[in-house]
Design a protein around this ligand. Structure first.
Ligand code: UDP
Length: 395
């Protein structure tokens, strides 16, 4: 095999938009730092490798997202040792042969997990195969203010955490301090660079040069987006003669169609899934969003004050105090009260500017590079330790 590129396997699952976004961010950083030297493959462990009863995991997650009580139960089901242990044994029984075959096929030199359900199973199978010592395994936690214990496995080589809060959870879950590195959340390349000129970006996107409020609900477009957008549109049109809303519905096509059919009292731009979130954020003055970690990290880098209207119980709950305590936004679940807060902020321009500066201070545009650099250092170290061109070639 003449291919001397090192193979990095990124394990994730498409539950929400954040995990794939983080995986793609890391791949882009690897290519930027070490052009042509790495072959990075991103794989959904559960739908592409394990399949069987787990092939619908992203759809089940979408369903649970819309039913917070069920989601809460699922979240805690994974916390309790007995239920966790039973599920782990069941998934091992279903999955071990397929995961083993996948490892033989991908022949990774290093594995990165960017998902809480991608630690226990792959690490156990690497051990079964007797190759764990030769294949470094790192976790990049993509939650901000709280994180499920399943993220943390004491046998990983490095566990990257974005914040003090997540670092403390990692410690409590038994990850030793010398394995923990703290930089921030991986974000896509567009967010590594300085913001472009707002006026120019607004022109390119077909927006007015007017106060702009961006409303999003994660990759799947949480349905509450509609309620929040309507409340904001009503209140804003009463207070300001000029203002515009940008509503990004993500993959929620039904929501996009529903909102597009409605009559709005002010200029509104309704979008489906956009691939240029950085531009939409640059064009906006603040963001109204659910407490998704990816969106929060990106909004901070773009210096947007953050108004949170909802969060997923469990993993997103901690993002609320993270935003509030850092002085970069607030949480309000009542859309009309939230709309009033947005209006107040636009009236108090100095407050808006101050929050925007604070958001930029908390944002971590360099995190992706720093994480990618450390991962590659581990890979190069492994190369000097083991002269075998691929750890799996000898098994
Ligand atoms: N996103 C995007 N286009 C869209 C909607 C969302 O690129 O139309 C991205 C968003 O910028 C963020 C991610 O999807 O990077 C959503 O991640 P988050 O953690 O906020 O929420 P999740 O969807 O994972 O629940």
């Amino acid at each position: 095999n003449g291919n001397t590129k090192k193979r990095v396997l990124i394990l994730m699952s498409d539950t929400g938009g954040g995990h794939r976004a983080s995986a793609e961010a890391l791949r882009a950083a690897f290519d930027d730092l070490y052009p042509g030297q790495l072959d990075t493959v991103i794989v959904d462990l559960w739908t592409q490798i394990v399949k069987g009863p787990f092939r619908n995991l992203p759809k089940q997650y979408m369903f649970l997202q819309r039913n917070p009580t069920l989601w809460k139960l699922t979240w805690f089901y994974g916390v309790f040792p007995l239920s966790r242990c039973i599920t782990e044994e069941f998934s091992y029984w279903i999955a071990h042969e397929r995961v083993k075959q996948a490892f033989l096929m991908y022949r990774p030199d290093l594995i990165v997990s960017v998902h809480p359900l991608c630690q226990t199973l792959p690490l156990r199978i690497l051990k079964d195969m007797g190759i764990r010592e030769r294949i470094p395994f790192v976790t990049v936690v993509t939650d901000l203010g709280s994180a499920h214990p399943l993220w943390f496995h004491k046998d990983v080589d490095i566990c990257f955490v974005p914040t003090d809060r997540v670092r403390d959870i990692a410690r409590r879950c038994g990850v030793s301090i010398n394995k923990i590195r703290q930089y921030g959340l991986p974000v896509r390349p567009a967010f590594w660079k300085e913001s472009r000129d707002k006026v120019a970006v607004r022109n390119e996107l077909g927006l007015e040069q007017a106060p702009t409020i961006l409303i999003v609900g994660g990759g799947d477009g949480m349905s509450a987006v509609g309620r929040v957008a309507r409340a904001l549109a009503c209140r804003l049109s009463e207070e300001f003669s000029y203002a515009q809303l940008v509503i990004i519905c993500g993959r929620n096509v039904a929501l996009q169609e529903e909102l597009s059919r409605m009559h709005w009292p002010l200029p509104v731009h309704i979008k489906g899934f956009v691939n240029n979130m950085s531009e939409w954020m640059t064009a906006s003055d603040c963001i109204v969003t659910k407490a998704g970690p990816g969106t929060i990290a990106e909004a901070l880098i773009r210096g947007l004050p953050i108004f949170l209207y909802g969060f997923l119980p469990g993993q997103e709950a901690g993002n609320v105090p993270f935003v509030v305590e850092n002085g970069v936004g607030l949480f309000e679940s009542d859309p009309l009260i939230l709309a009033n807060h947005v209006i107040e902020l636009f009236r108090e321009q100095s407050h808006l500017v101050q929050m925007s500066i604070q958001a930029k201070n908390v944002g971590r545009p360099l995190a992706t590079y720093q994480i990618a650099k450390d991962i590659c250092d581990l890979l190069w170290l492994q190369r000097t330790k083991s002269p075998v061109s691929s750890p799996l070639e000898v098994s």
